[in-house]
Design a protein around this ligand. Structure first.
Ligand code: SAM
Length: 389
């Protein structure tokens, strides 16, 4: 009895709330045909379209037994799908493609033609095999990489990034002004306030979010930094020992920046930064090593979801989704295979339309969804979602 209660409690904790407002759709359809149809109704609706088409390897092992990985019309078919994809993407949307080197350059050319080469973001090699585990001894060399191609519809669009938090221990200065009648001057179109000695105090305190970090304007800060240049050109000549408040300089979150001019003891000026803009974005990297994950990828999705040699690790999709989408965005994957993208979208609360032209793949995706609902995926969590068709 007690065991049952504990199990029920664990179950309750293990079940995340339903992905509210998210829609999931699964179609058995050919990619070019479906994407053409979707243009009516979904034009400019997708934030991310991920395509993992057959690589045209001419091989027929593993999951490739279930679909034909050989086509004389590969480029034409992909050209149509990529063109439709362009129309389906929002202006700030991304196209991401998985490919190996057989058709990499072909695919890059197709995408450059449709999106424009200026919208190519980059090539992300994905290491999927260990260098030393060589199984194909008849090959000329051991290929350990696949690739991701990243495109954006608008060349200004950036990846979503995490902010690296500022090191708080450096934010230990507080400025106190003792007059509300500072000298006012217009310098370079900016209404600057100048506090003379005796009209201000600079306190050194315990580090805190509301305090400021002090920078000495020397070296590169004096020559290759807007604040540094502004100080050297316009504030240094004002004289020693002044506190100066300059509005609208750089993107300082306060809306202004404090400077203190040089003193008899210190020939450099200083400026102060708030914590508001002190964090730096952590850029995504294209150094992707999945060699430890790929050998266990057959377990993902639970029992019956093996899709040998074609199934992508969920962590790869998690990475792509995290830098290109936010919760509730719409994602498309028209070569669904074993449903990796759909599964990850459910887990990360993105809406998703996925499809595959093969009955085998649709059967596997349906099983994967049942596993997800019943908590039979490898994470043991049961997910609540609605699948429309
Ligand atoms: C490389 S697999 C995708 C694997 C998938 N990303 C995963 O993680 O399981 C390619 C899939 O595309 C499907 N396919 C092949 N040609 C297609 C077409 N013209 N239209 C739609 N699906 C197609 C195949 O049935 C296969 O399931």
């Amino acid at each position: 009895m007690i065991d049952n209660v504990i199990q029920e409690q664990q179950q309750a904790v293990q079940t995340p709330p339903p992905a509210e407002g998210n829609n999931y759709k699964l179609f058995q359809q050919e990619a070019a045909t479906l994407t053409r149809t979707l243009i009516t109704g979904y034009q400019e609706a997708f934030q991310l379209i991920y395509l993992d088409p057959p690589y045209n390897t001419k091989r027929a092992r593993g999951s490739r037994k279930h679909y034909r990985d050989r086509s004389a019309h590969w480029s034409e078919q992909l050209h149509e799908v990529v063109s439709n994809t362009y129309k389906l993407l929002r202006r700030q949307g991304f196209l991401v493609l998985s490919i190996n080197q057989m058709e990499l350059f072909n695919l890059k050319h197709i995408c450059d033609t449709v999106f424009g080469s200026e919208c190519f973001i980059g090539l992300f090699p994905v290491k999927i095999r260990h260098s030393e585990r060589q199984l194909m001894i008849n090959a000329t060399y051991h290929d350990v990489y696949e690739y991701l191609l990243f495109y954006r519809k608008d060349k200004q669009t950036r990846f979503y990034t995490e902010q690296k938090h500022p090191r708080l221990e450096k934010f230990d200065h507080r400025i106190e002004t003792l007059t509300d009648q500072p000298e006012r001057r217009t310098i370079q179109g900016k209404e600057v306030e100048i506090y003379h000695p005796g009209q201000y105090k600079i306190h050194r305190e315990e580090p805190a979010v509301h305090n400021l970090r002090r920078y000495i304007i020397a070296g590169k800060l004096a020559t290759a930094n807007w604040s540094g240049e502004f100080f050297e050109s316009y504030l240094r000549p004002l004289g020693d020992n002044l506190l100066v408040r300059v509005p609208g300089l750089e993107n300082e979150g306060l809306g202004y920046r404090w400077f203190q001019t040089q003193t008899a003891k210190r020939s450099s000026g200083v400026y102060f930064q708030s914590t508001l803009t002190a964090g730096r974005p952590v850029l995504p990297t294209n150094d992707l090593d999945f060699t430890e994950i790929v050998p266990n990828v057959y377990k993902e999705g639970g029992e019956g979801i093996d899709f040998k040699d074609s199934k992508k690790p969920e962590q790869l999709l998690e990475y792509i989704l995290s830098i290109t989408t936010r919760e509730n965005d719409l994602v498309g994957d028209f070569y669904g295979g074993s449903g990796t993208t759909l599964a990850r979208c459910i887990k990360m609360k993105r809406s998703c339309i996925t499809s595959d032209n093969g009955a085998e793949a649709i059967g596997i995706i349906t099983r994967r969804l049942a596993n997800l609902r019943e908590g039979k995926d490898i994470d043991g969590i049961s997910y609540d979602f609605t699948l429309e068709s």
